[in-house]
Design a protein around this ligand. Structure first.
Ligand code: MG
Length: 294
């Protein structure tokens, strides 16, 4: 059947319009180019080209017109004996002090029954999950954990805990040291969704690190996910997930709409797992988003 060219054009325009409403390219820089006639040093008129990227003139030399980025004092790395220090722009959620336990509650908003030890906190069987009072969207997360020497079982009973980004997506904590083929339930797996690329575990009782680069889901006006969560995860400095997409929530997620800020959540899975040196740098997002970044 031959379709009317006018109708086809209208349909294409309509689809393009709908597409641009729903699947916006959030991270694309806004580039503008123009030219004007200006007189050069010899008084001769010539065409000069200008270009801005995200509103800043290319080759701009006036600091008032191109504000410098903020200065951040980098943190220090941890050792097995001592926790490192967070970078100066981080929200410090737990630094080993009793005072920083005040940043956390149980899932009902009451003080948590997790215990604070000498520079660390530890899950307590039956105390339930612990979560931050503050809510976060896209972010860089640093967290350190140690699984217990006293193993309460095998498989999912070996030092089981978990780190839930936005309260909804679990990076598994488990004693998977030496496990030949780490699977969907092993340490550093995105639980039941992505197995780690490699097994980068340290043995029980040793401090281990997760560094997570988390990009929140994007939702449209009706709350439907139009771009899924993306994550990159380093386990003890080793890449175990490289910009993966998540198909949705993991088991144990708190009840809230995807793409909205949520707490950082640590799991009580009946095994005494320790945590220390927890901080987050909220990541601002270019372009429009469904909520205001910090
Ligand atoms: Mg777990």
């Amino acid at each position: 059947m031959k379709r009317s060219p006018t109708l086809s054009a209208a349909v294409i325009l309509l689809l393009a319009g709908l597409a641009s409403d729903v699947v916006a390219d959030f991270d694309a820089p806004v580039i503008k180019e123009w030219s004007v006639k200006e007189k050069n040093e010899e008084g001769k008129e010539e065409e000069v080209f200008y270009m801005t990227i995200d509103g800043i003139l290319v080759h701009e030399t006036d600091p008032a017109k191109q504000p410098p980025p903020p200065v951040v004092t980098p943190g220090t790395p941890s050792t097995q004996k001592e926790a490192g220090r967070a970078p100066s722009d981080a929200v410090v959620l737990f630094d080993g002090t009793d005072a920083s336990m005040a940043n956390w509650t149980d899932t009902k908003g009451a003080p948590s029954k997790w215990v604070a030890g000498d520079g660390y906190m530890e899950s307590v069987k039956g105390a339930g999950y612990i979560q931050t009072k503050e809510q976060f969207g896209s972010c860089q997360l640093h967290v350190e954990f140690a699984t217990p020497q006293r193993v309460a079982g095998s498989g999912q009973g070996r030092g089981n805990s978990g780190v839930f980004l936005q309260g909804q997506y679990e990076v598994q904590v488990l004693d998977s040291y030496g496990w030949a083929v780490p699977g969907l339930g092993d340490c550093s797996a995105v639980y039941n969704q992505h197995a780690p690329l490699v097994n980068a575990c340290r043995p029980a009782l040793e401090w281990q690190t997760y560094d997570v680069f988390f990009r929140s889901a994007r939702v449209d006006g009706s709350g439907a996910v139009v771009e899924p969560v993306r994550m990159t995860v380093l386990h003890n400095g080793v890449v175990v997930h490289n910009n993966i997409q998540l198909p949705g929530l993991t088991g144990g997620a708190i009840d809230q709409v995807e793409g909205t800020p949520g707490p950082l959540l640590l799991q009580d899975h009946s095994n005494p797992v320790s945590y220390r040196n927890i901080w987050i740098v909220p990541l601002p997002l270019k372009g429009s988003d469904t909520y205001e970044p910090r």
